[in-house]
Design a binder for this molecule. Sequence first.
Ligand SMILES: C[S@@+](CC[C@H](N)C(=O)[O-])C[C@H]1O[C@@H](n2cnc3c(N)ncnc32)[C@H](O)[C@@H]1O
Length: 355
Amino acid sequence: MTNLAVIESPQDQRSTAPAQREDNRLRLEDRAAHDWYRFVLSFPAHLVRTYIERFQLSPRHTVLDPFCGTGTTLVECKKLGIQSHGIEPNPMAAFASRTKVDWEVDAEALAAHATNIAQRVSDKFASQGIEDEGGLPLFQPRQRPLAHLKTIPSDQLKLLLTGSISPLPLHKTLLLLETLEENREPRLAAHEHLALAKTLVNEISNLHFGPEIGVGPAKPDAAVIGPWLRAVKAIANDLRHFHQNAATPASVHQGDARDLVHLLGSASIDAVVTSPPYPNEKDYTRTTRLESVLLGFIKSKDDLRRLKQNLVRSNTRSVYKSDTDDRLVEGHDEIQRIAEARQILPSQPVTKWSA
Ligand SMILES: C[S@@+](CC[C@H](N)C(=O)[O-])C[C@H]1O[C@@H](n2cnc3c(N)ncnc32)[C@H](O)[C@@H]1O
């Protein structure tokens, strides 16, 4: 058996104490729950708090974020005891939001189960001669035949940004996922998978954000178990402190904000705090592509196309002949004036691009 103390070495903990960041970043004191998983599009928690104070919102009110992404608005509202609703069509982001407002999980059970999983995966690694200290400059990663490494089906591999994860880190991640599946605890699975999504992006993959998502130099190896276990334990630690507002309702609707009326029914909303997708040529699905595919939220090209069709158009590569958004704005003089000034005319023919 591999000693778990190795898995949780100080080496793994060095990235847990970032320096104070710029004002548009998540502040250190706000990290609880917000930091379980975020993406480059997330806005900072203190911004939501500023608007909640400015609008004088209290636990008597209900807040909506129709483009909730990874749930910053919902988490911040919940911390303040304010009920909230979020809408998000990206299944990975919706999953993150939903999990980040689920504070009724037993922290001790989560930490214990994750520790047990870590030990089991560690044993699998040991039986295959795999070490998990990847990324340390002192060690040369072993060369091993790629044929023995687990991978995902080739049509799913094609959905990933090329080179976004190296073969050995992918193999290790799939062993962890397999072990999680073999020992699945339904009430803990979401938090354990969310921790893996975060670890994948931040530590296991070759991705970097600057602020666009990009692929950096390929890491031949990367530690998986230690960083993942540390992420789960950070979640468990937050859960231990969340008793006060754990029951404040926060619901996440996986869907299209343009269908708001059907998604929310007659729910009454007092305020909207949001940051919509802007027409900035970003393909918002790229940001979450790796974890969406590995965690099974996007399994095929068709899944990806369906997701893109549910997103507000933000880039010209995802515009479809059947789009009818122009009808939503035909009665808005201000929008028509801007569109005419920029020659974005509704009658303009659009090209259908494949996903
Ligand atoms: C700027 S991000 C919001 C990030 C969020 N404030 C956070 O802190 O994570 C915009 C979000 O709108 C989502 N979005 C795109 N089209 C949408 C639609 N039709 N309905 C609802 N959300 C949509 C995108 O997937 C993206 O997550």
